[in-house]
Ligand binder design. Structure first.
Ligand SMILES: *[C@@H]1O[C@H](CO)[C@@H](O)[C@H](O)[C@H]1NC(C)=O
Ligand SMILES: *[C@@H]1O[C@H](CO)[C@@H](O)[C@H](O)[C@H]1NC(C)=O
Length: 373
């Protein structure tokens, strides 16, 4: 029989445990006192919207109902997926203590904006006119104005704060809707004649101006998300018999945009002193999954996980049916609704964005490296 531990050895063990606990907490606090990245300001469309459209009464692009958020700790928040989106997962990798709050929520003020603000809006695009089909959006220009007119004055426009903006990531994920809900829509209706090249140039020159505006307001570190291969979404496939193939014309257009976006990284870095940009090739990351889903652990790369009513059925062809049925294993589906990936895919994108050493996936460095310079 083992000897009974004496009172003294018990209190010593207790002391050691308390000390270890305090030391580890102390270590964490001091590490957080000077983190390289303090938070994120997020701009873009539904792939990164975390609830802003909930506050737009005339928006048709809302995801604040079941089954959206079925796997999210706070339920249906307006995120367009079953769980966390790419920005939530990036925040976790950066060890930010909270989710970034949506701008339009009236409680997003005071201490709640310390780690940044998310301005993104589902169905919005780079151009002001994109998204008109969805009733009401915050366009990218409006999102930047909200940062400038509302958030910056709240932080206090002092020089110190301007400098501290260099410690925030400015994440921009937009452009897909300018094709889906603008270029291809008006071309189908024959109301526009503009060439794909001219339209794409208009998008990238506009975006470049918008990024420079953020830079002039103090932004230094940018993360540019590419547009996903939207020609391969369940929504796009419904336009093709048997839903077997991707719509190549859509993917070609997006590929052209992404190529210009990547080139913009080098151009802007040359032009704007001390700016650092990272291009995340989510197009390639998602395309690689869709090409060989089973080798990446997915069973279904073609169908939406939730029930998506078509336009004939009174739906949008994109969003989940309110209270509708969902697939039982969300982990095995690439798409949650007609357009947006599941949390599992978002996690693959976020992890590669943060850690990948492949220049074809993150250019010219990964976000971990960006956060340390
Ligand atoms: C921001 O301020 C400018 C100048 O005062 C104004 O024209 C613009 O409408 C404001 N934008 C928003 C979104 O409040
Ligand atoms: C479209 O382009 C063609 C040839 O470039 C031109 O003749 C025609 O007027 C244009 N249509 C519209 C609606 O702009």
């Amino acid at each position: 029989m083992a000897p009974k531990p004496s009172k003294r050895s018990i209190s010593f063990a207790f002391f050691v445990i308390v000390c270890l606990h305090l030391c580890s907490c102390y270590g964490k606090v001091s590490a957080n006192n000077d983190p390289k990245i303090r938070g994120m300001f997020v701009f873009g469309s539904s792939l990164v919207d975390n609830g802003n459209n909930n506050f737009l009464p005339n928006s048709l692009a809302k995801a604040n109902y079941f089954p959206y958020g079925v796997d999210f700790p706070h339920g249906s928040t307006g995120r367009f997926t079953n769980g966390k989106n790419v920005v939530d997962l990036l925040g976790e990798l950066l060890k930010l203590p909270t989710f970034i709050p949506p701008f339009a929520d009236p409680t997003t003020k005071g201490r709640r904006i310390l780690y940044g603000v998310n301005y993104a809006s589902g169905a919005s695009g780079i151009l002001d006119e994109t998204g008109a089909i969805a009733g009401q959006v915050f366009s990218l220009n409006k999102q930047i104005e909200n940062f400038e007119n509302v958030t910056l004055p709240e932080f206090g426009n002092g020089e110190d704060f301007r400098k501290s903006l260099a410690h925030y990531l400015f994440v921009v994920g937009t452009g897909g809707n300018d094709y889906t809900f603008n270029y291809f829509l008006s071309r189908d209706k024959d109301s526009s004649n503009v060439s794909l090249e001219a339209f794409t140039t208009k998008l990238t020159t506009t975006l470049s101006r918008q990024l420079k505006r953020l830079y002039n307001l103090g932004a230094r570190k940018f993360v540019l998300m590419s547009v996903n291969p939207n020609g391969c979404t369940p929504m796009a496939r419904t336009m093709i018999p048997m839903h077997e193939r991707c719509i190549q014309s859509v993917n070609r257009a997006i590929h052209l945009f992404n190529t210009n976006l990547k080139a913009m990284v080098d151009e802007i870095q040359l032009e704007l002193p001390a700016s650092k940009l990272v291009y995340v090739n989510s197009y390639k990351i998602v395309r690689d999954i869709i090409k060989e889903p089973s080798s990446k652990g997915f069973e279904d790369a073609k169908n939406a996980c939730c029930k998506v009513p078509s336009i004939e059925e009174g739906g949008t062809g994109t969003l989940c049916k309110r209270g509708g049925s969902i697939c039982s294993n969300r982990r095995s589906n690439v798409f949650f609704d007609g357009l947006h990936p599941t949390e599992t895919v978002n996690a693959i994108i976020a992890n590669k964005a943060y850690y990948s050493n492949s220049r074809a996936e993150v250019y010219p460095m990964n976000i971990k490296q960006l956060s340390q310079i």
